[in-house]
Design a protein around this ligand. Structure first.
Ligand SMILES: [Ca+2]
Ligand SMILES: [Ca+2]
Ligand SMILES: [Ca+2]
Length: 405
């Protein structure tokens, strides 16, 4: 008893856990300024594998108030988030525990063989041995990280893009290892849509079709949120219709699609800048811009061009912090790194959408979207740039979700 009291007193004196907040024990949480931003000039490392100091210029309170949200919920394995990306390092040490396990393809079958590998479609959903999700590029049950690399038709390379999204949405939290996801517990369904056999300069015309199939799979197999930190390039009108129909279908099953707005610094309300799926006018798509630690829309000069967050009062809904210290992989080893782009701000919102459903799974997809926008923290820099004029706020979203019950 004395020991416990001493520990609590020491923790209080050290100032590590402000009252009314939950701070997890993950060793790199101290670099997760995108979850808890104390403000000022904040020294962190860019990567866990070598000294790589960087100083973040931050204004206090520019964060999604996740540590207060965690006083209400830290997530639930019952909530399934599908992640659409090119391929996945699903055995990362801090992710493996939060990967979806299809219940219909798990455990021994009638003859004692594992359903995971018996080659039989045990749950009759049209896919044999789909335990974690599916590889829509190679049409097999293993959504691994390997894709044709786009330079040489015969070369297969590991691809890293998805790993930051997985860590932001659902790295195991408070497990004394790595980082914490927005959801300490969650089930992440892995839907691989990476390119297959596309040569340099050729268009991946089958990509929208793969994405459409993956979205229908997510909707049919229990996902409530889909994170897609990507887009389809140069689609035909027919391919766009197929993709849109899949998203409408997902909406009928109450699935919310969260997409990054893109990193080209463009006003995507202008028809010449339209990007999809972000610009489909559907009430189950939530499009996310990116902001810096001072609350401004990300904008930077690259050569003679200005790049940064795409924006648009009609087609972009909400914003979240870009730079997130999260999971990574280096030479096959589980590592951690500061990631960026709307590929990171989108998953912050997807993670918070999932956390909100953990508190109230009855919310419909349009109601969830509306609530996340209504509970956002208004920021002057976002007025006229994103529909709700603010950055996502997990604590307020969870309070609202709890109150409507
Ligand atoms: Ca199956
Ligand atoms: Ca099986
Ligand atoms: Ca962790």
């Amino acid at each position: 008893m004395k020991k416990v009291a001493f520990f609590l007193f020491a923790a209080f004196l050290s100032g590590q856990t402000p009252p009314g907040r939950v701070v997890p024990n993950d060793p790199f949480f101290k670099y997760q300024v995108s979850f808890l931003n104390p403000g000022g000039q904040i020294p962190i490392e860019r990567t866990s594998i070598k000294p790589s100091p960087v100083t973040l210029d931050a204004a206090a309170g520019i964060d999604p108030d996740v540590t207060r949200a965690w006083t209400i919920s830290t997530g639930s394995k019952k909530i399934v988030v599908a992640v659409l990306d090119d391929g996945f390092f699903y055995d990362h040490e801090d992710l493996a525990g939060n990967i979806w396990a299809n219940p219909g393809e798990s455990g021994p079958d009638a003859t004692g063989h594992p359903r995971e590998t018996n080659g039989i479609d045990d749950d009759g959903n049209g896919y044999a041995d789909d335990v974690m999700g599916w590889d829509f590029a190679f049409d097999d049950p293993d959504p691994d990280c390997y894709i044709f690399d786009g330079k040489r038709k015969d070369r297969i390379q590991p691809y890293w893009h998805s790993i930051s999204a997985l860590g932001i949405i659902g790295a195991r939290g408070n497990n004394g290892l790595g980082v914490a996801g927005v959801n300490w517990d969650i089930s992440m369904m892995l839907l691989k849509i990476g390119a297959q056999g596309i040569g340099n300069g050729e268009k991946d015309t089958a990509r929208p079709g793969r994405a459409a199939k993956a979205i229908r799979y997510a909707a049919d197999n229990g996902a409530r949120i889909i994170n897609w930190s990507g887009f389809v390039a140069d689609p035909t009108p027919e391919a766009l219709e197929e993709l849109k129909a899949a998203i409408v279908y997902a909406g009928e099953k109450n699935v919310l699609l969260v997409v990054g707005a893109g990193n080209s610094g463009l006003d995507i309300d202008r028809s010449e800048n339209f990007t999809f799926p972000a610009c489909f006018p559907l009430d189950n798509i939530l499009t996310v811009a990116m902001i810096d630690f001072r609350g401004g829309l990300v904008r930077y000069q690259a050569g003679d061009r200005w790049l940064g967050s795409n924006f648009g009062q009609r087609n972009v809904d909400i914003a979240a912090l870009e730079e997130n210290f999260t999971t990574d992989v280096e030479n096959g080893r589980s590592t951690y790194r500061l990631g960026g782009g709307t590929s990171c701000s989108g998953p912050v919102v997807a993670g918070i959408a999932a956390l909100t459903l953990a508190v109230n799974p009855e919310l419909s997809a349009p109601a969830l979207k509306k609530s996340l926008m209504e509970t956002a923290t208004p920021l002057p820099a976002l007025a006229g740039k994103v529909a709700c004029g603010g950055m996502v706020n997990a604590y307020r979203a969870l309070l609202a979700a709890r109150d409507v019950r």
